[in-house]
Design a protein around this ligand. Structure first.
Ligand code: PMP
Length: 438
């Protein structure tokens, strides 16, 4: 207790950690003085203390970063733990243990198919939506070689960068469909760009940064009228709003476990058998998933994805999130917060808020009690303005002043109030500081 030195960061953090309390380490991490990776080294030394302390510290934080990763649902966690407690076996083995693992995978396949209203044989398990997006784009590239592919201007990087790479190597011709200033896909532009040389159209169902929903059913209809395949990255939508591939006329869908209160590192590409036969696999090996995705199964992860699929998209969850979001944006409006894409139809949990004159990174750095993001977390670390906000017509400064708040299935009124109070105080302080400097 009294032995806690004030000076922590000397030459060898690992050695010093031995002499200070966990509380001090965590305080330094939270204040940004010690990078989290350094705690990894300390962790080996005082594992029990740090695990304990880390949980306590994180529970102080209001987590409003659902679009980056959701809290895991307790029912999912339980099913995964149960799966991990059963004898581990390779689901491709013919013995009883292998067949038991296989049965759990097939049950999950049924559950995932049920979530998006598809046939169980259409589900190809992957290690998340990034891989699913790679599989559809790279997988189809050989079949559609030299033809045009259209994607929207606000696609996730696991679509846009793959498409750009394929265009760069001459495998496809890529055209970008613009969005309106509200962030909506420009359907007229899509219509004008479509012709019978377009082989694939890929449009995300909901934007991860603004939550703006795409008119994917209408886009699918236009794509089909031109003879193109329609892929939808529905990662941010499934689990939050009802979704039917069949009703929307979508040929292929990408989804991810950790965007529906399931585990990270597992997802699926859902795609009909006829189109599956046109895909060249990206990961080759033992021929799992009908040859489309080799590699021993992540059984517990897939079990978790399946259970998450059964819990997803209950209507009252969306309503609850919407009420909480109103509470948040009304609170933030008093400190000048403006919602980007406010006029568009959006996911019920997402508010991308701009505080004019206040850089978003400064607000987040000075408010460690609120976990939110600048744009998409997948770009974290890279100092680039949000491509989505730029495509909506914001300039770089405006994009940098924007913060994405995304509410979870478990967020409470009290947490929203704490977040509003903390962000409001920071915005006021930063404005004051800016005025003093000016
Ligand atoms: N697509 C969208 C729209 C996403 O938001 C994300 C995750 N940020 C991904 C794809 C990638 O998903 P995963 O983390 O499962 O690779």
């Amino acid at each position: 207790m009294g032995s806690e030195p004030d000076e922590f960061l000397t030459t060898d953090e690992t050695a010093v950690v031995l002499k200070v309390s966990t509380k001090t380490v965590l305080r330094l991490v939270r204040s940004g003085q010690l990078p989290a990776c350094k705690v990894g080294r300390a962790y080996r030394i005082r594992r029990s203390d740090l695990v304990h302390g880390a949980e306590r510290t994180q529970s102080d934080v209001v987590y409003l970063d659902d679009n980056a990763s959701n809290p895991i649902d307790p029912a999912v966690r339980m099913a995964m733990v149960e799966s991990l407690t059963l004898p581990q076996a390779n689901a491709s083995s013919s013995h009883l243990n292998g067949q038991a693992a296989r049965a759990r995978i097939e049950q999950a396949r049924e559950q995932v198919a049920g979530l998006v209203d598809a046939h169980r044989a259409d589900v190809v398990f992957t290690a998340g939506a990034t891989e699913a997006n790679n599989l559809i784009l790279r997988g189809l590239a050989r079949y559609i070689r030299g033809q045009r592919v259209l994607i929207s201007a606000t696609e996730h990087t696991s679509v846009s960068r793959v498409a750009e790479a394929l265009a760069g190597s001459g495998e496809i011709i890529l055209d970008i469909v613009p969005v309106t200033s509200r962030g909506n896909l420009d359907l007229d532009a899509l219509d004008n760009m479509l012709s019978n040389d377009v082989a694939l159209v890929s449009v995300g169902a909901a934007n991860s940064e603004t939550g703006v929903l795409a008119p994917f059913s209408a886009a699918a209809e236009l794509a089909h009228a031109a003879g193109a395949v329609f892929h939808c990255d529905a990662t941010q939508l499934v689990g939050r709003l009802p979704f039917s591939m069949r009703v929307s006329g979508i040929d292929a869908v990408s989804l991810s476990g950790h965007k529906m209160c399931g585990p990270q590192g597992v997802g699926a590409l859902v795609i009909g058998k006829a189109l599956q036969r046109q895909l060249t696999p990206v990961i080759v090996g033992g021929g799992h998933e009908d040859g489309l995705r080799s590699g021993s199964y992540n059984v517990a992860g897939i079990v978790g994805l399946g259970v998450a699929a059964t819990l997803a998209a209950t209507p009252n969850v969306a309503e609850r999130m919407l009420t909480l979001r109103e509470r948040l944006t009304n609170g933030l409006a008093s400190s000048g917060g403006i919602v980007n894409g406010a006029e568009a139809e959006r996911l019920p949990n997402t508010a991308n808020v701009r505080f004019p004159g206040v850089p978003g990174d400064v607000v987040l750095a000075r408010t460690p009690v609120v976990a939110a993001s600048l744009g998409s977390a997948c770009h974290a670390g890279a100092i680039e303005p949000s491509a989505t906000l730029l495509a909506m017509g914001l300039d770089r400064t405006e994009a940098d002043e924007s913060i994405r708040f995304s509410i979870t299935r478990f967020t409470t009124n009290a947490e929203i109030d704490r977040a509003v109070a903390a962000i409001t105080a920071t915005v006021r302080d930063v404005r004051q500081l800016t005025e003093e400097v000016a």
